[in-house]
Write a new protein. Structure first.
Lengths: 148, 592
C-alpha cells in the first residue's frame, strides 16, 4: 500500500461529472489517485475482488443504471471487509428522502453536486481533508448534508 | 288483538245480557208470587164458604132433628143424616184448607170439639125421644144445651171468619205493596238497558267513523307507498313464516323487469331472475334468514328478460309486536345507481392516484433530470469564465454573464416549482409543533439575507399547533423572504409578527368555518407595499407585480404560501399600500 497517495473512488454513470471530478482533483494538486466506475455493478466487482486495493474514500452517485448507489451502500455496509470505508454520497438531488435513507444506511456525508466548478473544488478538498476517523463519532443528521 | 273499543263493546254486551236476565228472573218471581197470592185468596174464600156451609148444614140437621122430635116420623131423619155427613165432609175440606195457619188450626180444633159435642147432644136427645113422645124435663134440658152449643159453634165460626178476613186483608196489603213496586222496578231496568244500548250505539258510531277515517288514511298511505316505491326504486315484501308464503309489492316485480303480480310470489320464481353468480350467496343468506329470522343488508344482481343487469339490495326484520302469525317485513331496493356511482368514484380515484403518481414522477424529472443538464451548463460556464477568460472577447464575456443569470433564474424556477409541487404531496402528517421553533428555523435559513439587509424581526410568543411542520416552516421562510425582498431601498426592513386567538364568527372571512376558533398570525413589514387591488392576485401562480429586472422572483413563493395555508384549512390574506408596507394575515383553525 502506497501511503503517499490517497485512494479515491467515484462511481457515477455521467461522463461529464466524472470529467469534472478528475479535473477538480487535478487542479487541487492533492496527492491522490482517482478510480472511476461507470455503474454500481462495476464498482462492486472491483471492491469484492480482494486482490484490489480498497479506496479510503468512495464518492457514490445515487442514480445509476443496473445498480443504484443506495444498493451499493447497502452491500458495502453489509460486507465486513468494506464497512470501514468512508462513503460520501454525491448526487444531483438533495431530497429529504434520499438524505434520510443514506444517513440511516451508514453513509458519512452527503454532497449535493454544486453548479460551480470552484465550489466543487472546495467541497472535494473539504471532504478529502476531513479526518473521518475523528469526525464519525460526532456524526448526526444535521451536519450530514455538507454545506459550504 | 282486542282494541279498547272491542273491550267496550264486549262489556256493554255482557251488561245488557245481565240486565235482561235480571228482568227475566224478576218477572218470573213476581208472576209466581202473584199466582201464589191469588191461590191464597181463593183458598180463603173457599174456607169461608165451607165455614158458612157448616152453619147451614148444622141448621138443616137441627131442623130434621126438631121435626123428628115433634113427629117421631123417621122421614125427618133423612135430611138430618145427610146434613151430618155434609158437615163431616166440610170439616175434612177445612182440614186441607187451613194447614198453613197455626191460630186457625187451634180454632178449628175447638170448632170440631164443639160440633162433636153438638152431635153428642143430638144423639142423647134421640135416645130420650125414642122412649116417650112427650117432651120430658131431660129432653128440654138437652134442647137447651143443644141451643147453647149451637151458639158456641156460631161464635167459633164467626171468630174464624173474622180471623180469615184479617188474614185476607193482610195478604192483600202485602201483595199490593209488592205489585206496586214492580212497574217502577221494570221501568228502571228498562231505562238502564236503554242507556247501555245508547252508549254502545254512540261508541260504535264513533268507532265506525274513526275506522272509516283510518281506512281512508290507510288507502292514502298505500297509494303514497306505491308511488314512493316507484319513484325511489324500492319495493317491499312480507314473508309469513308459519305458512311459508310470500307477498311481493308491485314494484318488486318492476325492479326485476316484470308486470306487477305477473307470477306467483315464491322464492323459486324470484330466483329465476337472480344473476347466476349471486344465486348461491343469496340462497345462503335467505336460508340464514329463515333460521335466524333476520336478513342483514344483502346485495345481489338480477337479470331482466331483456338482459339488463340491475344491482339490488335487500334487508328484512322480524315484525316483533304481532299477535299470532309471525312475519318478516322486507325491503328490496335498486342500488344500481349507487353501485354505478361508487364504480365511477373508484375509477376517478384510480385516475387521481395515477395523476398523483405522474406528478411525483414529474417531481423526480424536475428535481433530477432537469437540474442535471442545467448544473452542467452552469459548471461548464464557470469553467469557461475562469479557465478560458483570456481567450474570450469583452462582448463574449457579457454573453457569458447573461447566460449565467438566465441559467441561475432557470434553477430558481425549477427549485420553486419543486417546492410548490411538494406542498401537494399526499403525505400530510399533522404533528403538535412549537411554532416558535419553526420560526427560528426559518430565520436560520434566511440568516444571510437578514444580516445583509440589517433586518429586524419582532415576534410575539407563538402557540403550539398541529401542523405539517416543514410546510409551515416554508410558509414562514417565504413570507419573511418576501418582506426582505420587497424592502425599501436603504431602509432596514422591520418585520413584526403578531399572534392572537380569535373567535371565527367575529371575522368576516372565516365566519362560516366549521371551527370555532382560529389562530391569527400577522406578518407586517415596512417595505414597498402594493396596490390593494392586487391583494388577491399576488397569490396566483407565476403572478408578479414587478419587472424581473427590478426584483428577482419566480411568482411562486406566495402561491406556495396560499397552498400551505389551505392544506391547514386556513385562510391567508394580504393588505398593502404603495410605499406603506404590506401585511399578510393567516388564520389557522384549531380546536379548543
Amino acid at each position: 500500500m502506497n501511503s503517499d497517495y490517497i485512494n479515491i473512488a467515484l462511481a457515477d454513470d455521467d461522463e461529464d461529472d466524472r470529467f469534472f471530478f478528475t479535473e477538480a482533483f487535478d487542479e487541487l494538486k492533492l496527492k491522490s489517485k482517482v478510480l472511476l466506475f461507470k455503474d454500481g455493478i462495476e464498482l462492486m466487482e472491483y471492491l469484492n475482488d480482494s486482490d484490489n486495493m480498497l479506496p479510503s474514500l468512495l464518492f457514490l452517485d445515487l442514480n445509476m443504471p443496473k445498480k443504484s448507489g443506495l444498493e451499493c451502500l447497502k452491500d458495502i455496509k453489509a460486507t465486513k471487509r468494506l464497512s470501514d470505508m468512508v462513503i460520501a454520497i454525491y448526487s444531483t438531488s438533495a431530497s429529504e428522502e434520499d438524505i434520510e435513507n443514506t444517513f440511516v444506511k451508514g453513509a458519512n456525508v452527503y454532497i449535493k453536486k454544486p453548479n460551480d466548478f470552484e465550489k466543487l473544488k472546495k467541497v472535494l478538498s473539504e471532504v478529502v481533508t476531513t479526518n473521518w476517523q475523528y469526525h464519525t463519532s460526532g456524526l448526526n443528521k444535521d451536519n450530514f448534508l455538507l454545506r459550504l | 288483538m282486542p282494541t279498547p273499543s272491542n273491550k267496550y263493546l264486549r262489556t256493554a254486551f255482557i251488561a245488557g245480557l245481565f240486565v235482561i236476565l235480571c228482568i227475566g228472573g224478576f218477572t218470573y218471581k213476581h208472576i209466581s208470587e202473584l199466582s201464589q197470592t191469588s191461590k191464597v185468596v181463593k183458598d180463603n174464600y173457599s174456607l169461608r164458604n165451607e165455614l158458612e156451609l157448616i152453619i147451614s148444614n148444622l141448621k138443616d140437621a137441627e131442623i130434621g132433628h126438631r121435626g123428628f122430635l115433634l113427629t117421631h116420623d123417621s122421614l125427618f131423619l133423612n135430611p138430618y143424616e145427610e146434613s151430618l155427613q155434609k158437615v163431616t165432609s166440610n170439616l175434612v175440606k177445612l182440614d186441607t184448607l187451613i194447614v198453613s195457619n197455626g191460630e186457625q188450626v187451634e180454632k178449628l180444633k175447638q170448632l170440631k170439639g164443639d160440633i162433636n159435642n153438638r152431635f153428642k147432644n143430638f144423639d142423647k136427645s134421640f135416645s130420650l125421644a125414642n122412649d116417650d113422645s112427650i117432651l120430658t124435663r131431660d129432653l128440654l134440658f138437652l134442647l137447651h144445651e143443644g141451643e147453647i152449643r149451637m151458639d158456641r159453634i156460631r161464635a167459633d165460626i164467626t171468630e174464624m171468619l173474622a180471623l180469615e178476613q184479617r188474614l185476607l186483608t193482610h195478604n192483600q196489603e202485602v201483595n199490593e205493596k209488592k205489585i206496586g213496586l214492580t212497574p217502577l222496578f221494570f221501568y228502571g231496568l228498562l231505562i238502564v238497558t236503554l242507556i247501555i244500548l245508547l252508549l254502545a250505539y254512540v261508541k260504535m258510531t264513533t268507532d265506525l267513523k274513526a275506522l272509516k277515517e283510518s281506512n281512508v288514511e290507510l288507502e292514502i298511505f298505500e297509494k303514497l307507498t306505491k308511488q314512493s316505491e316507484i319513484v325511489s326504486n324500492t319495493s317491499t315484501w312480507v314473508w309469513y313464516i308459519e305458512d311459508n308464503e310470500f307477498e311481493f309489492s308491485d314494484n318488486l316485480y318492476r325492479l326485476i323487469g316484470e308486470e306487477p303480480q305477473s307470477f306467483e310470489p315464491t322464492l323459486e320464481n324470484f330466483y329465476n331472475y337472480v344473476h347466476e353468480e349471486d344465486i348461491s350467496n343469496l340462497g345462503e343468506q335467505v336460508n340464514m334468514m329463515m333460521r335466524e329470522e333476520e336478513l342483514p343488508f344483502t346485495s345481489f344482481r338480477v337479470v331482466h328478460r331483456d338482459g339488463t343487469i340491475r344491482h339490488l339490495k335487500a334487508y328484512s326484520k322480524l315484525m316483533d309486536d304481532t299477535e299470532g302469525d309471525a312475519k318478516m317485513l322486507g325491503v328490496t331496493i335498486d342500488a344500481t345507481n349507487e353501485v354505478e356511482n361508487y364504480r365511477i368514484i373508484e375509477q376517478r380515484n384510480q385516475e387521481l392516484e395515477r395523476t398523483n403518481k405522474e406528478l411525483s414522477a414529474f417531481n423526480y424529472v424536475a428535481s433530477h433530470d432537469l437540474q442535471e443538464p442545467l448544473r452542467k451548463i452552469q459548471t461548464f460556464m464557470s469553467r469557461l469564465e475562469s479557465k478560458e477568460k483570456d481567450h474570450i472577447s469583452e462582448s463574449g464575456q457579457v454573453y457569458i454573464q447573461r447566460m449565467k443569470s438566465a441559467s441561475a433564474r432557470m434553477r430558481m424556477l425549477i427549485e420553486d416549482l419543486l417546492q410548490y409541487s411538494r406542498t401537494n404531496t399526499s403525505e400530510k402528517e399533522y404533528l403538535k409543533t412549537n411554532m416558535n421553533m419553526l420560526l427560528e428555523h426559518a430565520k436560520t435559513e434566511l440568516i444571510d439575507s437578514i444580516e445583509e439587509k440589517h433586518a429586524k424581526i419582532i415576534c410575539d410568543d407563538l402557540p403550539t399547533m398541529e401542523v405539517i411542520s416543514f410546510q409551515i416552516q416554508q410558509l414562514f421562510i417565504n413570507l419573511i423572504s418576501n418582506s426582505l425582498k420587497y424592502s425599501k431601498d436603504k431602509v432596514p426592513p422591520v418585520i413584526e409578527i403578531t399572534h392572537q386567538e380569535v373567535l371565527s364568527k367575529d371575522i368576516n372571512e372565516i365566519k362560516d368555518s366549521l371551527y370555532k376558533y382560529h389562530h391569527k398570525i400577522t406578518f407586517k413589514d415596512n417595505g414597498i407595499g402594493f396596490e390593494q387591488a392586487y391583494a388577491e392576485k399576488i397569490f396566483l401562480l407565476f403572478n408578479r407585480l414587478h419587472g424581473k429586472s427590478e426584483y428577482s422572483g419566480t411568482g411562486i413563493g406566495l402561491a406556495i404560501c396560499k397552498k400551505i395555508v389551505e392544506n391547514h384549512k386556513g385562510v391567508i390574506m394580504a393588505e398593502g399600500h404603495p410605499n406603506g408596507g404590506a401585511s399578510f394575515t393567516i388564520y389557522l383553525p384549531f380546536l379548543k
